[in-house]
Design a protein around this ligand. Structure first.
Ligand code: GDP
Ligand code: MN
Length: 382
């Protein structure tokens, strides 16, 4: 789960990581009021959206008078950045920059540990630095039993600074960021840039935190910040109804019993040149109510042009599934073609029931069904 910069900065502040003075605003008038309250004449106006690269997208502007605050606030509040409409902006005290550093803790699956990533070449081009000059980026796997004690933090701080004061400041920020990362069950805690000011202070000018969804139950105050995208909202609804659902970008809606078969179905669709709209495991039950709910979920996605139902009836009886489908389509008004592959217990009865119903195209094998699904999607190339 991602949070906004201002929310991540709130968490940083609680852990003692220095951030600049800032005010969250929703309108240009609020921004002007904030400008008057902030101690400096120069402010940064920053879009608050759940995506990075705002600077490059024009979502960050510096202003030093009321009029430009109004103009930039209005401009940024009218922007959409990478599909996210800007609804809030941060008006923050502009900071003078002597140097920009990159600092983060994240999980490295290869080493199965937390990894510290630091670079003296921070800022908006960090991806390019990582790509072109990877040697400028230091990675260090943290031993969970050792963590980041002072001696280690100092060691990293010394690779950036010689002055004692700065080394102390840097190592303190490193230790605090690690503590934040661990205690909040984050999967990413990132400061980019960590700014060195001409006065020799260090400030987290940007803040990014991503939290482990599976640990959110331990952090109700963080969970409360969850702002789902339309896709995530559907996933949450699905989860509450007992489905395992993941939204994707394709146009073939999939409804499958069993996670392994669901994965295979997606592979088959890809193999035949199609593109799945989702992963959906409806589980082993043949409860018709569940089938209705699952169908509603798929039809909610406007991209879905065909529904591919792939059921292997072991415990699930195919005649039950067929009855559930028929019941679902008596309730749902839709012209979307539905391809069903049913095999297993009572398969002949099940298929027979479906064949009597005009809405369904019935296939016996997975291959046949996949071909039908891919062919029926406009532009599907088989
Ligand atoms: P991002 O583009 O979404 O990562 O947003 P950041 O908050 O990291 O800002 C991007 C860049 O804008 C920073 O690397 C800075 O160079 C610049 N910037 C942001 N805030 C300030 C500020 O207060 N003063 C100055 N001089 N530059 C800023
Ligand atoms: Mn940034």
């Amino acid at each position: 789960m991602k949070v906004h910069e201002y929310q991540a900065k709130e968490i940083f502040s609680q852990y003692g990581i220095p951030v600049e003075q800032h005010v969250l605003c929703h309108t240009a008038n609020e921004a002007i009021k904030a400008y008057q309250e902030i101690v400096t004449d120069k402010v940064a106006i920053k879009a608050q959206v759940l995506t990075g690269g705002r600077g490059k997208a024009g979502g960050i502007k510096l202003a030093n008078n009321k009029e430009s605050v109004r103009q930039y606030a209005n401009e940024i509040l009218n922007m959409t950045i990478k599909g996210f409409p800007v609804k809030q902006i941060l008006v923050s005290e502009a900071v003078d920059i002597a140097a920009e550093y990159y600092l983060s803790f994240t999980i490295d699956r290869n080493t199965r540990s937390v990894v510290l990533i630091i670079s003296a070449s921070g800022g908006i081009d960090i991806e390019e630095v990582a790509h072109k000059t990877p040697e400028k980026i230091i990675r260090y796997s943290i031993d969970p039993f050792i963590g980041l004690p002072a001696y280690l933090a100092h060691r990293f701080a010394f690779s950036f600074f010689k002055q004692n004061e700065l080394v102390e400041r840097m190592s303190s920020i490193l230790q605090k960021l690690y503590k934040t990362f661990i205690e909040t069950d984050a999967s990413l805690a990132e400061i980019n840039p960590l700014v060195l000011t001409p006065q020799g202070t260090l400030i987290a000018l940007d803040a990014k935190m991503v939290f482990d969804d599976n640990a959110l139950y331990r952090h109700p105050e963080i969970h409360a910040l969850f702002e789902p995208t339309p896709e995530e909202r559907i996933e949450v609804t699905a989860k509450n109804r007992g489905f395992s659902y993941v939204h994707m970008d394709g146009n073939i809606g999939c409804m499958v019993n069993g996670a392994g078969l669901a994965m295979t179905t997606m592979d088959m669709i890809k193999l035949h040149g199609g593109s799945p709209a989702n992963f959906l495991d409806i589980g082993g039950s043949s409860n018709p109510v569940k089938v209705v709910e699952a169908m509603k979920l798929l039809l909610n996605d406007s991209k879905v042009e065909v529904v591919f139902i792939n059921i292997f009836g072991g415990i699930t009886r195919c005649d039950d599934v067929a009855l559930g489908l028929i019941q679902a389509f008596d309730q749902l008004q839709t012209d979307i073609p539905v391809i069903v592959r049913l095999t297993g217990t009572n398969e002949n009865i099940g298929r027979g029931l479906l064949r009597d119903h005009s809405h369904f195209q019935v296939a016996e094998t997975m291959n046949e069904a996949t071909l039908l699904a891919v062919q029926s999607v406009k532009g599907g190339n088989v």
